[in-house]
Design a protein around this ligand. Structure first.
Ligand code: PLP
Length: 368
């Protein structure tokens, strides 16, 4: 049996009629940038997030970068980031001319270790980017208290956390801005690149709208050095369809996660993901830990089960940051995780026989 890690074709095929319908509508509209589809999606996504406004942009990386810029983060500043994340979190900080200051993560959850945050705050610190990695939210009330006490901006990296909550509230409720990605493989994925920043402040929203559109509100009048990063009409229209199915898709993910948690409990040497009682994850990824990770991955691959590693090399060890001096950062847990983590297949593309097959193979590996 084959168990693909992800099958976007299968996921989107279920929505063929609806997606074809909006494609035809967009094609016929003759209006492809900054129109009614974008406005409609922004309103629907803001409502979904319980936020005042959502601003659609070109990518998740742009959502992070523009959120930092709109909040005044820039050259000379420092931004606290987790050691265990996708490199985009760090690249956004570098893109605005600030310096990423890595903080290690909690071994159980893989999330920013809040105990370590206060010690790295300096006079240059401008912001903190918590990453709701794998779909589990960081303890935002606690982090917001730390940020508030030091007058720091908070930008959430919610690229993996569409629909995730902490004490019933999602990304964007405790921060200046939450950045989402609609990269095709995310819980809410476009058929191309896309992103959005979700904010509670109307002024911040208009600043973001200006920044994404050449620094301009009125055509050919440019208030600042903006960029071109707009979520296009077609992607916005497709995302409006997909947003209607997000909760169903997330529910399927949770059912897969619950099955794994139940069926793979108590296997010697296998560590399952830890979830805080306050958290309801979106289960973007299901990440287990094993000291025999490479062996386990090969064993599963031989039985048709695709797995991936998120992420095999932390940002501070990447050649891109080699000259920054950050390579020497002491991020013991992040590095340990990189050697032990393995992401099992999860998502709405899986049928129950495939989930059973994964459980069977993982059990077989540990009970041999
Ligand atoms: C996907 C992702 C991003 C970047 O999103 P893009 O749309 O690919 O630019 C940023 N942070 C995290 C944690 C991600 O998973």
């Amino acid at each position: 049996m084959k168990v693909p890690f992800l099958d976007l074709r299968a996921i989107n095929r279920e929505l063929t009629v609806e997606l074809n319908g909006v494609f035809a509508k967009c094609l016929d509209s003759g209006h492809y940038i900054l129109g009614g589809q974008l406005q409609g999606f922004e309103q629907a996504f803001a409502r979904y997030c319980g936020a005042r406004e959502a601003v659609g942009v070109g990518t998740g990386l742009d959502a992070l970068t523009l959120a930092l810029r709109a909040l005044g983060v820039g050259p000379g500043g420092e931004v606290i980031v987790p050691g265990n994340t996708f490199i985009a979190t760090w690249l956004a900080v570098s893109a605005v001319g600030a310096v990423p200051i890595p903080v290690d993560v909690d071994y159980g959850t893989g999330l920013l270790d809040l105990d370590l945050v206060p010690a790295v705050i300096t006079a240059r610190t401008q912001a903190i980017i918590p990453v709701h990695l794998y779909g589990q939210m960081v303890d935002m009330p606690r982090l917001a208290a730390i940020a508030g006490a030091h007058g720091l901006a908070l930008v959430e990296d919610a690229a993996q956390a569409h629909g995730a909550t902490w004490e019933g509230n999602g990304p964007g409720q405790w921060s200046g801005a939450a950045a989402f990605s609609f990269y095709p493989g995310k819980n809410l994925g476009a058929l191309g690149d896309g992103g959005a920043v979700v904010v509670q402040d109307a002024l911040l929203a208009s600043r973001l709208r200006r920044l994404r559109n050449y620094g301009s509100e009125v055509k050919y009048q440019h208030e600042e050095l903006g960029t071109n990063s707009r979520l296009d009409e077609l992607q916005a229209a497709l995302l409006r369809v997909k947003l209607r199915h997000l909760d169903t898709h997330n529910l399927t993910r949770r059912m897969v996660a619950d099955t794994y948690l139940r069926e793979l409990a108590d296997l010697p040497g296998l560590e399952l993901p830890i979830t805080a009682v306050e958290a309801a994850p979106s289960w973007h990824l299901f990440v287990v830990k094993s000291q025999r990770r490479d062996e386990l991955q090969t064993f599963l691959a031989e039985r048709g089960v695709d797995t991936l590693i998120h992420y095999p090399c932390p940002p501070h060890r990447q050649p891109a940051y080699a000259s920054s001096g950050l390579a020497e950062a002491r991020l013991t847990v992040s590095e340990l995780l990189a050697s032990r983590i393995l992401s099992l297949p999860i998502g709405p593309h899986l049928v129950s026989e495939q989930i059973e097959h994964v459980c069977h193979c993982v059990r077989e590996f540990h009970e041999r």
